[in-house]
Design a binder for this molecule. Structure first.
Ligand code: UDP
Length: 241
C-alpha cells in the first residue's frame, strides 16, 4: 500500500504512473473485485457534495491523481505527489502491456458504436490485445442483468467503464461483487478520445497543465464545469491547516 494524500476528504494514492501500473497488476493477480478510480479536481469537488461518491472513492483499492489540479492540491497540502496519472494515459499503458501479460479487457460505456471504434483503435495500436467485449453505456435498469451477464461471460481481467462521473463509480461499486472482475476502472471520456469522437488537448496544452481549459472550450456544455477548478483551488487552500 502506498501513502495516500487526503484532499477535501478524498484519499488519493501517492503514486507515479509506473507504481500505479504495478498496483493494478497486483490487484489483477489478487482477484478481489477491485475498484480503481481516477480522481481529478472535478471528481474531488463532486465528492465533497456527494457522500456516496466520497465513500466509494475512499473504499477504492487505488485512486490515482488524475490531472494537474489534484497534483497541485496534494503538494499544496504538504504531500509529495510525484506526477499526474491521467485516466486516459493509465488505460493506454494497461492496454500496451496487456498482450504480454495476457490481460483480457472489456469496454463498457459511451454512445453506441464508440466502444467498438475504441476497440478497433486498441487493436491497431497494441497488436495482440484481447478486447473480449464491448457494450454501450446507454441502458435502462431492466437491461442491467443482461449487461452483467455479457460482461461476466467474457471473463475479462479488466473492466473499463465509461459512463461519466459519478455514474461509472456508483455502477461499478454496486455491481462489483456480482461481476467478480479482478479490476474495474471508471474511465470517463477515454473511449470517445480513442474513437476520435472527442479530441484530447494538444501536447503543449497538456504540458502547460491546461487540459481542463481545452476540455471546457471544446465542449461548451461543460463550460460551467470550468468553474469547478478555481472553486477547487480556493477550497483546498481554505482546508489547509
Ligand atoms: N455516458 C454513458 N452513459 C451515460 C452517460 C454518459 O455511456 O448514461 C458516456 C458518454 O457517452 C461519455 C462518457 O460517458 O463517453 C463520459 O462522459 P463525460 O465526458 O461527460 O464524463 P466525465 O468527464 O464526467 O467523466
Amino acid at each position: 500500500m502506498s501513502e495516500r494524500a487526503e484532499i477535501l476528504g478524498v484519499q488519493v494514492d501517492i503514486v507515479t504512473m509506473a507504481q500505479a501500473i504495478e498496483r493494478v497488476e497486483n490487484l489483477i493477480r489478487a482477484k478481489k473485485n477491485s475498484l480503481v478510480a481516477t480522481a481529478n479536481a472535478e471528481m474531488i469537488m463532486r465528492a465533497t457534495k456527494d457522500e456516496e461518491l466520497k465513500k466509494i472513492l475512499n473504499a477504492a483499492d487505488l485512486v490515482v491523481p488524475d490531472g494537474a489540479g489534484t497534483v497541485w492540491a496534494a503538494n499544496h497540502l504538504g504531500y509529495e505527489m510525484p506526477e499526474r496519472v491521467a485516466g486516459f494515459d493509465l488505460v493506454q499503458e494497461l492496454m500496451r502491456i496487456s498482450p504480454a501479460k495476457k490481460f483480457k479487457i472489456f469496454l463498457f460505456g459511451s454512445a453506441p458504436g464508440v466502444a467498438d471504434k475504441a476497440k478497433a483503435k486498441a487493436e491497431e495500436l497494441y497488436p495482440g490485445i484481447k478486447i473480449v467485449g464491448t457494450r454501450n453505456g446507454f441502458f435502462s435498469p431492466e437491461d442491467e442483468p443482461e449487461i452483467i451477464a455479457q460482461i461476466k461471460k467474457s471473463r475479462p481481467h479488466i473492466l473499463l467503464a465509461a459512463l461519466g462521473v459519478p455514474k461509472q463509480e456508483k455502477w461499478l461499486a454496486a455491481h462489483k461483487d456480482e461481476l467478480k472482475i479482478p479490476v474495474s476502472i471508471g474511465v470517463g471520456g477515454t473511449f470517445d478520445v480513442m474513437a476520435g469522437v472527442m479530441k484530447r488537448a494538444p501536447l503543449w496544452m497538456q504540458k502547460a497543465k491546461l487540459e481542463w481549459l481545452f476540455r471546457g472550450l471544446m465542449q461548451p456544455s461543460r463550460a460551467g464545469r470550468l468553474l469547478a477548478l478555481p472553486k477547487f483551488v480556493l477550497k483546498v487552500h481554505a482546508s489547509k491547516k
